[in-house]
Design a binder for this molecule. Structure first.
Ligand code: PMP
Length: 418
């Protein structure tokens, strides 16, 4: 397996050959897969790692003295260590496996808004600030928590270009601010906010800080140790790992304040008929049998991304994004959202008088997969005065030639639709 993980250049054929799903035709034409912000594809080394675990080591973890259980436990622990290194977690951090970003964020929100042995962290009158760039997964749980706890939810709205500004955050922070939550990249627009500075600003004001890294981990180096970040969430399927995997990582002292979401086996220290005490982190937040094969696959995905090189991938993706954004903006009636943002792999656009679903359908007829709609970020698009958009998003295997096919495909669709 290791030999297959030799470095590959983004966009080159030898790298693409490791993603068998790409080598197919859709509607009679070679597939151009540009829906990576929704889900990335999985390379052979990740599939191999999952298969290897399932074929040789599958057993429940932590509970057995037998050899397979020990191997499974070691594989799971090793996956945790690999991912911790991947995100720059240090001695003061912990990493919890989840089913994805949504579960990770819900774990945080539930954990801060629920009383256990100690009162809930969020109390009536407390304030939560959520950026206006967020996916619904980093907004709706906070809405619910605010309602449950009598806390106040404030939105850090972006400017008319969809950018977040430090002075607007300064105006919202108060001594009652308990939480600030922001994304590393807006999935609906591709905007890359200055999240490092915003997190530091909120932490300085005494808030717990939450980073949604779902749209960054597949290509950008996210170094937890250099961020003022208490909680960070991401999904495996957006970084070439298995679906139904993800991570909540963060500062141990912050994670210890979370009331668990799932009570049951594996997360307890002792249990009587009437009471229980909980295990230490990370197991305290991982009640029940985890997705061990998924964790193994996710770690293999992190290794794969690292062998390809995140700086190289980032440079490749921003080239593709720039070419796509410029080419789309030159087409009649097309407006690209966040045209000048920093490193990002997402280009979202609207066309005067044309519904994005119609563009998406005509592109699919040409074998090109992109996503249309609100991208689970309806408040943001409405704030920007936009409705649904068409969104192309790139991964390490996409090529310049595929961007050309996208541009030609959209031009053709517009001729039909305009
Ligand atoms: N946050 C962002 C920024 C996302 O793009 C997504 C997925 N589109 C999510 C959260 C939710 O991720 P998942 O569905 O994997 O839980």
């Amino acid at each position: 397996m290791g030999e297959r993980l030799a470095p590959h250049r983004p966009g080159r054929d030898d790298l693409r050959a490791l993603f068998p799903v790409l080598a197919q035709e859709v509607n009679g034409l070679p597939l151009v897969y540009l829906d990576n912000a929704a889900t990335t594809q999985t390379p052979l080394p990740v599939l191999d790692a999952v298969r290897q675990f399932e074929q040789h080591d599958r057993a429940n973890i932590h509970r057995g003295v037998h050899t397979l259980s020990q191997r499974a436990t070691e594989a799971y622990d090793e996956a945790r260590r690999t991912l911790a290194r991947f995100i720059g977690a240090g001695a003061a951090h912990e990493l919890v496996f989840t089913s994805g970003t949504t579960e990770a964020l819900n774990l945080v929100v539930h954990g801060l808004s629920t009383a256990g042995a100690a009162p809930a962290v969020l109390q009536p009158g407390d304030e939560i600030i959520v950026s206006g760039l967020e996916h619904h997964a980093n907004l709706v749980p906070w809405q619910q928590a605010a309602r449950r706890c009598g806390a106040v939810l404030r939105i850090l709205r972006p400017d008319a270009q969809g950018r977040l500004r430090a002075q607007d955050l300064a105006a919202l922070l108060t001594p009652r601010t308990r939480v600030f939550a922001v994304t590393a990249c807006a999935n609906a627009t591709g905007e890359r906010p200055p999240f490092e500075a915003l997190l530091a600003q909120a932490a300085d004001a005494g808030a717990l800080t939450v980073l949604d890294a779902a749209q960054a981990v597949a290509h950008s180096v996210i170094d937890l140790s250099s961020l003022a970040c208490d909680f960070m969430a991401f999904s495996g399927h957006k970084m070439h790992g298995p679906m139904g995997t993800g991570v909540l990582a963060g500062r141990r002292v912050a994670l210890e304040r979370l009331e668990p979401l799932r009570y049951g086996g594996d997360m307890v220290a002792w249990v009587t008929e009437t009471e229980a005490s909980f295990a230490d982190l990370p197991m305290r937040l991982e009640g029940g049998t985890p997705n061990v094969a998924g964790a193994v696959g996710l770690a293999a995905a992190a290794s794969f991304v690292d062998r390809t090189g995140r700086e190289r991938i980032d440079a490749h993706l921003s080239d593709l994004r720039r070419h796509a954004a410029e080419g789309l903006a030159a087409l009649p009636g097309v407006t690209v959202l966040s045209p000048d943002t920093g490193l990002t792999a997402i280009v979202s656009f609207v066309v005067d008088g044309v519904h994005p679903h119609d563009i998406g359908t005509l592109l699919d007829e040409q074998g090109i997969a992109l996503r249309t709609g609100f991208h689970c970020a309806q408040p943001l698009l409405e704030h920007l005065g936009r409705g649904p958009t068409a969104r192309a998003s790139f991964a390490m295997y996409n090529t310049y030639a595929e961007v050309e096919r996208l541009l030609a495909g959209v031009a053709h669709a517009l001729k039909v639709l305009q």
